[in-house]
Design a binder for this molecule. Structure first.
Ligand SMILES: [Fe+2]
Length: 240
């Protein structure tokens, strides 16, 4: 009886390991994900490989986050706008009060994650320069103060949501948070503006590696931030 039980445990263990092994064989984490199309629309192409953000964000998290969560927002957004004459997602977000909850959640989810992937850099973070650096110093006293304020907002955000650095209609920087997949572009959000940095604090963004330690994930997120990209977004917005 005892021997049968041990055999059963060994069999289950081998079976689990073999499933994990085949999953790893299926996904080549060192490659940039291949193009994905749905309803003739091309899904946002991740500009780096699944393992490019290691050790701060692990390859499995990037794979699930991009291939499952982000992709699902994309396909559900396209399903939700089927038959409607919609081409520009920013227009949709800016007028989101006129649309359904399905469009609100999935347009937000699709847009927000593009920004999140764009503002991370596999080689590691750089620092703000030029006009963005001057504005950060003027508004927040220092770069470190600004990062601390965004971190505090992200750590204390209750439940699923995002922390943002955005530019308002006067060209001023501001920090805010939103719940679920809402963002500062939406006309239903009181602190309105164009986000230039988005920090995802949904558990799917960090739970595999960090479990409940959201603070550790946020501290490591700063080691990946691409301030050149954020600076370009800032300068484009203040030109308008
Ligand atoms: Fe996410």
């Amino acid at each position: 009886m005892k021997n049968s039980f041990i055999t059963l445990i060994i069999f289950i263990s081998l079976s689990i390991n073999s499933q994990a092994f085949s999953q790893n064989l299926v996904t080549d984490f060192s490659k940039i994900p291949t193009e994905f199309k749905y309803k003739d629309q091309v899904f946002y192409k991740l500009p780096y490989a699944y393992n490019a953000l290691e050790p701060y964000i692990d390859k499995e998290t990037v794979m699930f986050h991009y291939d499952k969560h982000h992709k699902a927002y994309f396909t559900k957004y396209l399903d939700a706008i089927e038959g409607k004459n919609i081409t520009d997602i920013e227009d949709v977000l800016k007028n989101i009060s006129k649309y359904s909850d399905a469009i609100r959640n999935n347009a937000g989810g699709y847009y927000n994650h593009i920004l999140y992937w764009q503002i991370m850099l596999p080689e590691g973070s750089n620092i703000p320069l030029g006009k963005l650096a001057n504005e950060i110093n003027k508004k927040f006293g220092s770069f470190e103060n600004m990062k601390k304020q965004i971190s505090d907002a992200a750590i204390t955000k209750f439940g699923s949501g995002w922390a943002w650095l955005s530019v308002n209609k006067n060209g001023d920087l501001f920090i805010s948070t939103t719940s679920n997949q809402d963002n500062p572009l939406m006309d239903i959000i009181s602190e309105n503006g164009n986000p230039i940095l988005g920090l995802d604090v949904w558990e799917h963004a960090y739970y595999l590696k960090y479990q409940n330690k959201r603070k550790d994930y946020i501290e490591n997120f700063w080691k990946l931030v691409n301030w050149d990209e954020i600076g370009k977004k800032y300068e484009n917005l203040i030109k308008k």
